[in-house]
Design a protein around this ligand. Structure first.
Ligand code: ATP
Length: 439
């Protein structure tokens, strides 16, 4: 059997649309630049990824979760440095009006789009934050921002969480939520979006322990991506040589996407920059009192792990994509080899024919399995066609109810990856799926 990995992003984009994973935002109006909607399968898969992250980060004895508001006090973004520094250098081509990031093109070369020479404007710094207005009357209302990262919602709640949960260092706060960036050069499907979701955790530590914390979280987070089923050879660390103003060390976990290696997660040692800034701007005391060490007072350091839920989704979609027996009209199939616990649909129930006696049994099985898993019920077309559809959805098991079922009270379970078929007693199907696929 021949097997081919994902060759181009456009193959994935078309599968995602045709199977209902991801649609363009506002598609019937021609779309909205770099905004995407999760379809029925996309939302299930993404929820499963977010749940896996949430469990791995908060089902531990040193991390709590929060869900902070997207809209925050405008001073938060002054304190964090986003108002002054969250900018990209921008140039326009005077000839074709194309817009580029000055750090991504050669300004001495002709315009990459229209090839005009000496056509770029001067570099301007463009702030990536979206603004909106709070209050009923726009003119008098204060301008506020849509958060460009979830981290600040964690920093401003440091004291609330520490005191209510009676936490001692080291401890972490985790959050999943939407972030917004008015990216100049978005693209590559959901790799760079203007509205996206982040899964972030800030681990508060004693100054001086950041190297140790970095090692622990690098290992923990790399392992998580492997646990999501990604192939090891498609993952690597990238060490930042040039550091952001708040960091004293930084690594990315990169994945080899169809368009090349790209950042999926950032692991940053952020020193005491954030809490110090919020202490200064809010005038609230955010010092930690170390009762284990003579009530010494200090501002905790922070080790951050920040992964894009959508980039993780893109990596998992890309990694799972396989075309088997390409070019063989009989045997070619595209199959999404998701780890079964992440698969949007766990089982598809298929009565062999549209006959009331088969449908009755199939319906009863569906009701039973649906108590525990997301299932699909498919009666349309030949069994072969139905299998192909489920392969593209990444459904681990297809369950056929046939005429023998009526006498032997058993069904055929067909496995997505091996296509092996097994006969399983109706009353054992649920346990069988749970055991076989670790659900
Ligand atoms: P990049 O260099 O790709 O712009 P970044 O270094 O600005 O990313 P961070 O600010 O560290 O990214 O954000 C943490 C994570 O959030 C990234 O690793 C990525 O997974 C995700 N992320 C950031 N920007 C976007 C975006 N525009 N669309 C989708 N995900 C994003």
């Amino acid at each position: 059997m021949s097997e081919e990995n994902l060759q181009s992003m456009s193959d994935l984009v078309s599968l995602c649309k045709s199977r209902g994973f991801i649609f363009q935002s506002s598609e019937i109006y021609g779309g909205l630049g770099s905004c995407w909607d999760m379809g029925p399968l996309g939302v299930e898969l993404k929820n499963n990824i977010k749940n896996a992250w949430w469990r791995s980060m908060t089902f531990r004895d040193d991390v709590d979760g929060v869900d902070a508001a997207i809209l925050m006090h405008p001073l938060v973004w002054k304190a964090s440095g986003h108002v002054d520094n969250f900018t990209d250098p921008l140039v326009d081509c005077k000839s074709c009006k194309g817009r580029f990031r000055a750090d991504q093109i050669d300004l001495k070369a002709p315009c990459p789009t229209c090839k005009a020479k000496d056509s770029f404007t001067d570099i301007r710094n463009f702030n990536l934050m979206f603004t909106t207005h709070m209050g009923a009357v726009q003119e008098t209302a204060a301008e506020i921002y849509l958060r460009p990262e979830t981290a600040q919602g964690i920093f401003v709640n440091f004291l609330n969480v520490q005191s209510t949960m009676r936490r001692k260092l080291p401890f972490g706060i985790a959050q999943i939520g939407k972030a917004f960036r008015n990216e100049i050069t978005p693209g590559n499907f959901i790799f760079r979006m203007r509205e996206f979701e982040q899964m972030e955790m800030q681990y508060f530590i004693k100054p001086g322990t950041q190297a140790e914390a970095m090692e622990m979280w690098k290992e923990t987070r790399f392992q998580w991506h492997l646990d999501m089923g990604l192939r090891k050879e498609k993952l690597r660390f990238h060490k930042h040589e040039a550091l952001a103003h708040y960091a004293d060390a930084a690594f990315d976990i990169e994945y080899e996407f169809a368009h090349g290696w790209g950042e999926m997660e950032g692991i940053h040692s952020r020193t005491d920059f954030d809490l110090k800034q919020h202490m200064e701007f809010s005038k609230k005391n955010l010092m930690y009192v170390d009762q284990m060490d003579g009530n010494k007072k200090f501002i905790p350091y922070v080790l951050e792990t920040s992964v894009g839920a959508d980039r993780s989704l893109l990596a998992i979609l890309s990694d799972a994509y396989r075309v088997e027996n390409k070019g063989d009209a009989e045997k070619e199939r595209t199959v999404m080899r998701f780890k079964p616990s992440l698969a949007p649909i766990k089982a598809a129930i298929m009565p062999l024919m549209k006959k009331p006696e088969l449908e009755g049994t199939a319906d009863k099985l569906l009701r039973e399995l649906q108590k525990d898993f997301k299932c699909d019920y498919d009666t349309a077309g030949s069994i072969g066609k139905r299998y192909r559809r489920q392969d593209e959805a990444g459904t681990p098991a297809c369950i056929t109810v046939d005429f023998d079922t009526l006498t032997d009270q058993a069904v055929t379970v067909r496995h997505r990856d091996t296509m092996v078929q097994e006969r399983i007693a109706l009353d054992k199907v649920k346990m069988y799926l749970k055991d076989t696929f670790n659900l």
